[in-house]
Structure formats: C-alpha cells, structure tokens
Design a protein around this ligand. Structure first.
Ligand SMILES: [Zn+2]
Ligand SMILES: [Zn+2]
Length: 197
C-alpha cells in the first residue's frame, strides 16, 4: 500500500498490507480528532463521525522512499502516543509509541492509495465511539482491549526477530525517535478547546 503526504514530498509503502497482517480500524477518540483539527485537515481525513481510518501493522513494514527529513513528531498529551506528521504540508501520517520499545506503526489511511486501501477490506471496528455525540448505532464498536490482544502477537514477533530495531521512525540503537517530538503547547490546546487538560 502506497502512502504520501498531501504535497507528495513524503512518500513510501506499507509492505504486506492485508487484513491478516494488521488491523484496519477507525478511531473516534478526541486526540485523533484534535490532531487532524490542529493541522486543519478535517475535510481530507475525518469521516462523517469525526473518525480517522487507520491501519496498524508491524514496525519494519513501513518504508519511506522520499522526504523522511520532513517528518516531525508531536505529542497531543503527556501520554505515550507519538503522532508523526509531514511538516512540508502539515499532513498527519503515522501514530507510534513514544519510542521503539513497544513496536507498531499506525498509518492514516487518508494518505494511502485506493488500491492499497481496498486490499484492507472493511474496518474490523470503531474505537472510542463514546467520544462521538452523533448516533453511531450503525457502526461496529471495538474495544481497545480487543485491539491490544490482536497487536500482542505482532509485538512479540517484532521483539524476537529484532524488527523493533528496523523501524524508519526510531534510532536502531537508542530506540529514540529520529526527530525530537514537540508537545502541544497550552496555546495550541486552547485553540482546540482543550484548555482543561
Ligand atoms: Zn508534504
Ligand atoms: Zn484515536
């Protein structure tokens, strides 16, 4: 499955992107939504229920062919989820753990090619539907626990095989991000109406 930021400078592929090799989900959590709002990309990324379509897969399957120097990291909160975006055009692109110790790459499918997305099939479920105000009774809910149970065997493979050290977004030796992440500032939080956290 091919991916590219909106201006095309950052581009690459996710290898073996199939329903069996990763998880196609839609996340409706406030952080995913606000990440997209922060970059003003609601129209191109969010669905009708403010959801973000995602594919979570093994960390070494993601290959960047160009524009890697444009990737930057952002923490929405002081939690461990690290958001990666293309600073050339403010496109949110990937989510990971804060370092390579817990290995996964979650790719925003809005940046992926139609054929690649089609190969993933329908999403297996929708995360954090409680965060949605609208009626979501026609969507299939999915719990974070179920996603974690599906992720666990892939994590073990990445640790045992050493693939954890072969993620494009982290240093192979230190496990630290290739670019120093920023934390959403108080002013940026306020702009999103998040002054309470
Ligand atoms: Zn770009
Ligand atoms: Zn989310």
């Amino acid at each position: 499955m091919k991916f590219a930021c909106q201006c095309g400078a950052v581009a690459g592929v996710i290898d073996k992107a199939t329903p069996a090799e990763g998880d196609h989900v839609v996340c409706h959590c406030t952080d995913c939504r606000d990440l997209v709002r922060h970059f003003g990309k609601e129209a191109s990324i969010l669905d009708a229920y403010d959801g973000t379509a995602l594919y979570q897969s093994r960390c070494a399957r993601m290959h960047i062919h160009s524009g890697k120097e444009n990737l930057a990291g952002l923490h929405m909160t002081d939690g461990p989820t690290l958001r990666w975006y293309a600073k050339c055009c403010d496109t949110p692109m990937f989510n990971t753990y804060k370092n390579a110790r817990i290995p996964y790459v979650t790719t925003l499918l809005a940046n992926c090619d139609d054929a690649g997305r089609k190969a993933l099939g329908e999403p297996i479920g929708h995360l954090f539907l409680d965060d949605v105000d609208a009626d979501t009774s026609d969507l299939t809910p999915m719990s974070m626990n179920r996603l974690l149970r599906r992720f666990f065997p892939r994590m073990l493979k990445d640790i045992v095989s050493g693939d954890r050290r072969r993620c494009e977004l982290f240093d192979a030796t230190t496990f630290e991000p290739i670019a120093e992440p920023a934390l959403l500032s108080a002013a940026e939080k306020e702009a999103l109406g998040r002054a309470w956290n």
